[in-house]
Design a protein around this ligand. Structure first.
Ligand code: AMP
Length: 627
């Protein structure tokens, strides 16, 4: 049975000429075609921009479902992220600007960052951490968190960042699954002006484990350190910057990152030094269109893949200046993000639909207070970007699209970088993620792996690998092969989607969340996007609940917009609105007002929890949940 797309979007926007004239990729179609006709030449050419200890002899090997890139090549991602710039003309260029919640700032040049990383790397070696060993990083979003990641990479150790805020069970499971030898942890993070204590969580999570060392980044009262514990700054300061990047095979694991778990159990996705560097670096220039002089800001966290690829690795590999900020996006006030765009003259910003919906909820008066004239591109990923949110961002953040545009991009922890997206040289279609990016071949298929006709819905799939795609699932290669074996001959993303006549792909939600109403299979995104266009609705989530006649009926959960009241009238008005937009099939049979939607800590709505509460199912793994 096909999936149906019921909300039809047919609204197209063009980016302003000013953007197109200075684009890093001017002819997207030609660029894409080159990447598909001869991937080895395409990726080989990009890889040649970077420093290698030993050149590769072959660009790729594809032995379904395993793929390897830059065979025989030796490099280290930090050779390119740090040394290539520190020792070149960019040595004094700002690499990173960290902003604290209280407005504190730290700026480091490429030379300074290289030295800090080299010193900390020496420190980690002194603790016995070496090539191929794993290290868990449980750190607030600070420069020290970034240094921890880069120092591991520099010595060929494999880091696994666990978002600082995940609970004891989640942290302990990841330490055990990764087989970590060392844990680098912060004692506190900052949220809403207050320190959040992390040390208790860490202490409980590591209790009884035979770790070689625990490194504490301490902001609060210094603790009485145990025999295997050491202070972060003491370790850093005890060593000179004498650790050079360890030559590693291009396929050497760089990191393990456990998936966000909006469905099911977290999996340890493995990315490698070579291909990941090449592919994420390429898209920073190609898709994000970042220029050498740009100031770029991704509002993510090092706990997520966006933080790995687009706070830390790609911007450094490409030698640009990036901003990152610790703390809540609406604290100390809902204008703080825009005040920083003004202050740092941000040119390109990467954010998430959940953030855009929050900005909408607070209203356009906040961005209106600041000079956002530097901003030309806002890229958004993580969940379906509702058309209403797309339009709002375009209108209120980019001067109605006169100064720049919004670029939706779909990807996953497993994929490392933008995979189905709207490069700004293509017409933007709010609600639709776009088309396959260079290197990727995306399709909407049926259960046998055949393309569904254009205009129809089905399963989102990829037909070939690219360099920055995961290589395996840590400790579970069998689980990796399932991605490629679930549907014959393709990588199954686990999302449902539809495509239109021009090939634009609209992601309609996770396959596990699909609604099944009277024989119609409907993605959650359509109904939620229709809900959010009602003025009383700030956010929504829908689930299917058992219904004796229809199989499933739709139940909606709505967070009201500021100033709206949870009355029967409001409820009826919202339901009537959805009926008008989508017709009777997709009209919610029930609607509850709630204060907050359950979300992962990365901001994704967790519908399965609402469903579990509603129908009494087992909610599955909740370790990545916010509350
Ligand atoms: P994660 O691995 O945590 O990054 O989550 C990946 C999932 O997020 C995808 O499989 C999609 O369900 C969702 N997702 C990410 N980006 C988008 C997007 N631009 N549009 C729709 N869904 C998205």
């Amino acid at each position: 049975m096909h999936l149906e797309q019921i909300l039809q979007y047919d609204e197209w926007y063009r980016a302003p000429d000013s953007l197109l004239q200075q684009a890093n990729i001017k002819d997207f179609a030609a660029e894409y075609q080159r990447s598909i006709d001869d991937p080895e030449a395409f990726w080989g050419a990009w890889a040649s921009r970077y420093a290698w200890f030993t050149p590769w002899t072959k660009v790729m090997e594809w032995d379904y479902p395993d793929h390897r890139w830059f065979i025989g090549g030796q490099t280290n991602i930090t050779l390119n992220a740090l040394d290539r710039h520190a020792d070149g003309p960019n040595g004094d260029k700002l690499a990173m600007i960290w902003v604290g919640e209280d407005g504190a700032e730290r700026k480091v040049s490429y030379k300074e960052l290289r030295d800090l990383v080299a010193r900390f790397a020496t420190g980690l070696k002194s603790l016995g951490l070496g090539k191929g060993d794993t290290c868990i990083i449980y750190m607030p979003l600070t420069l020290e968190g970034v240094i921890s990641m880069l120092a591991c990479a520099r010595i060929g150790a494999i880091h696994s960042v666990v978002y600082a805020g995940m609970g004891v069970g989640a942290l302990r499971d990841r330490i055990l699954d990764a087989g970590a030898k060392v844990v680098i942890a912060g004692d506190q993070s900052m949220r809403r002006g207050k320190p959040v204590t992390l040390s208790g969580i860490v202490d409980e999570a590591i209790a009884g484990l035979a770790l070689e060392a625990v490194v504490w980044f301490q902001r609060g009262e210094p603790r009485a350190l145990k025999a295997n514990e050491v202070d972060f700054l003491a370790l850093l300061n005890a060593h000179g910057p004498d650790t050079a990047p360890e030559p590693v095979d291009a396929e050497h694991p760089l990191y393990i990152l456990y998936t966000s778990g909006s469905t099911g159990k977290p999996k340890g996705v493995v990315h490698v030094h070579g291909g990941y560097m090449v592919g994420t670096g390429y898209h920073l220039r190609g898709f994000f269109d970042v220029k050498d002089d740009d100031i770029y800001w991704a509002t993510s966290d090092i706990g997520w893949v966006v933080g790995h690829s687009y706070i830390v690795y790609a911007p450094l590999v490409e030698g640009v200046t990036s901003v990152f900020r610790e703390g809540a996006p609406d604290y100390p006030d809902p204008g703080v993000i825009w005040s920083l765009v003004e202050r740092h003259k941000i040119n390109v910003m990467f954010t998430a639909p959940t953030a855009v919906r929050m900005f909408m909820k607070f209203g356009p008066e906040y961005p209106a207070k600041y000079d956002l004239s530097s901003l030309r591109l806002i890229t958004v990923a993580g969940e379906p970007l509702n058309p209403a949110a797309w339009r709002w961002a375009n209108r209120h953040l980019l001067d109605g699209g006169q100064r720049g545009t919004v670029a939706d991009n779909w990807w996953q922890t497993e994929l490392g970088g933008p995979t189905v997206a709207t490069h700004f040289s293509l017409p933007g279609k709010p609600g639709s993620a776009g088309v396959a990016m260079p290197g990727a071949v995306a399709a909407v298929v049926d259960a046998d792996g055949n393309d569904v006709p254009k205009g129809k819905g089905g399963l989102l799939a990829l037909r070939r690998p690219f360099p920055h795609m995961m290589r395996t699932i840590w400790n579970n290669h069998e689980r990796y092969t399932q991605y490629w074996n679930e549907i014959p001959n393709v990588y199954a993303a686990g999302d449902v989607a539809s495509w239109d006549d021009s090939g634009y792909i609209t992601v309609l939600g996770r396959s596990d969340d699909v609604l099944n109403v009277a024989g119609h299979r409907i993605g959650t995104a359509d109904v939620e996007s229709a809900l959010i266009t009602h003025p009383a609705v700030a956010e929504s989530a829908v689930i299917g609940v058992p219904d004796p006649i229809k199989g499933e009926a739709i139940k909606a959960f709505v967070v009201l917009a500021l100033g709206s009241t949870p009355t029967d009238e409001t409820r009826q008005s919202i339901v009537a609105h959805v009926r008008k937009e989508l017709g009777p099939i997709a009209t919610p049979g029930a609607l509850d007002f709630i204060e907050k939607l359950p979300k992962t800590r990365s901001g994704k709505i967790v519908r399965r929890l609402l469903k579990a509460q509603e129908v009494g199912d087992d909610p599955g793994d909740l370790s990545t949940l916010e509350d």
